[in-house]
Design a protein around this ligand. Structure first.
Ligand code: PLP
Length: 413
């Protein structure tokens, strides 16, 4: 952050506390619940986990929920439960988190990268159909609700030529997303949620598989704990049986009691937090609408946006490249992020994932424009105003904008 008199004059924000990209909110009841678990002497998998699963399943309208160690593990376990032949092709959007595609690889399957529409950051029926035409019929598809915006599940499955029982949702951004009038949770064969520190229901680490399919739930339940027969943790309870069976090479990916107790307490705040995210997103949109060269995310005509991210596109006529804008905002203490580096730009996936020979031009064009602004329930309207003022001030044509930038920088050093 600049500290010279000039810089203070140029930017009133320079002396204000930073606006971090994310802050993890852990409610006081969660801290108390965690302490009670620690005092109870039962800290690994146990009864809190079962209660959290029940409450979470009800919340998203699914029959079953199985708590696991991360969303990445949730995706791997859900895909394994489909019991596809080894190296089966699974469609994955190229604009997603690397862990989602790594889970496909660890499940013994082959990611087929699908291009995205620049307007949504997500595959469309057209890009899915093109990938299937160029690379062959996939056996399954991952659908990701980018930033919390509802993806058109039905259309995408149809374009891929797949029944819904071969669709698994990466719902890491989609706790609170509705597709039409139904929440993400039991719309496809399985939905995989994340409780990572920055997600809409933060625990720190953790994940959940939700489904209406009892067999899939049971399969994930076993596989998350070494493939041992269900409820294996009970063998350490008084009177518990020590015997178990193992039919499969399972993972060690169960949730702990500590995580589950925090998650249960956090869940009581989720509705308030979602409303807060909606209000803050609307505030961003009303303030940024007049800034030239920024394309803003919009609320969907149908369904509901979970507003995990507020990701704007920095277009050419903004007058400054995204990378420089990130640096200039950081100078003013404003944290931002980019979601995501397309998978086909990463060394590992260039070698190990399939992609259409005609390339992935939608993602290539969109990636350099993407900029995620701070958005979390603890953010204040004043902080949003500071971010918006900074974005307006750096835009081409503004008094302190892009064209003036080099001179200002020199003067202030
Ligand atoms: C965060 C995230 C994941 C991974 O979640 P973890 O719980 O950290 O494993 C997967 N996919 C997307 C789109 C994400 O944003």
């Amino acid at each position: 952050m600049g500290t010279s008199a000039f810089h203070r004059g140029a930017s009133a924000a320079a002396d204000e506390p930073p606006v971090p990209f994310a802050r993890t909110e852990i409610c006081p009841e969660a801290r108390l619940a965690a302490q009670l678990v620690l005092e109870s002497g039962w800290v690994s998998a146990g009864p809190q986990t079962g209660l959290f699963e029940r409450e979470f399943a009800d919340r998203v309208g699914a029959r079953h929920a199985v708590a696991v160690s991360s969303c990445t593990a949730a995706i791997e376990l859900a895909l394994r439960a489909l019991r596809l032949p080894e190296r089966s092709m699974v469609m994955v959007p190229t604009l997603t988190f690397c862990g989602a595609a790594q889970a496909v690889v660890h499940a013994g399957l082959l990611p087929l990268l699908v291009d995205v529409e620049p307007g949504t950051g997500m595959p469309s029926a057209a890009t899915v159909a093109r990938a299937a035409k160029d690379c062959g019929q996939p056996q399954a598809m991952m659908v990701m609700h980018y930033g919390g915006a509802p993806a058109p599940l039905g259309e995408l499955a149809e374009a891929a030529g797949l029944p819904m029982r071969r669709v698994v949702e990466d719902a890491a951004h989609a706790l609170g997303t509705y597709v039409g009038d139904r929440p993400v949770g039991a719309l496809s064969q399985a939905a995989c949620f994340s409780f990572y520190a920055t997600k809409n229901l933060p625990i720190g680490e953790g994940g959940m598989v939700t489904t209406d399919d009892g067999d899939l739930a049971e399969s994930v339940q076993r596989a998350r704990l070494h493939g041992m027969s269900a409820d294996a943790w009970r063998r350490h309870l008084p009177g518990g049986r020590w015997q178990y069976t193992v039919d499969d090479a399972g993972l060690k990916a169960n949730m702990t009691e500590l995580q589950a107790s925090i998650g249960r307490a956090q869940l009581h705040h989720l509705s308030d937090w979602q409303h807060r995210r909606e209000d803050l997103a609307a505030h961003y949109t009303s303030r940024l609408r007049a800034v030239p060269g920024l394309a803003l995310p919009s609320a969907p005509p149908e369904g509901r946006h979970a507003w995990h991210l507020y990701a704007v596109r920095v277009m050419d006529h903004y007058g400054m490249h995204r990378d420089e804008l990130v640096a200039r905002l950081a100078e003013q203490g404003i944290g931002t992020s980019v979601h995501f580096i397309p998978l086909h730009h990463l060394w590992y996936f260039r070698r190990s994932a399939l992609r259409p020979p005609s390339g992935l031009p939608g993602a290539d064009g969109l990636f350099p424009q993407l900029l995620s602004l701070p958005l979390h329930p603890g953010l204040t309207e004043d902080e949003v105003d500071r971010v918006c003022d900074a974005l307006a001030g750096l835009a081409r044509g503004s008094a302190s904008g892009a064209a003036e930038a080099p001179r200002m920088k020199a003067d202030s050093s």
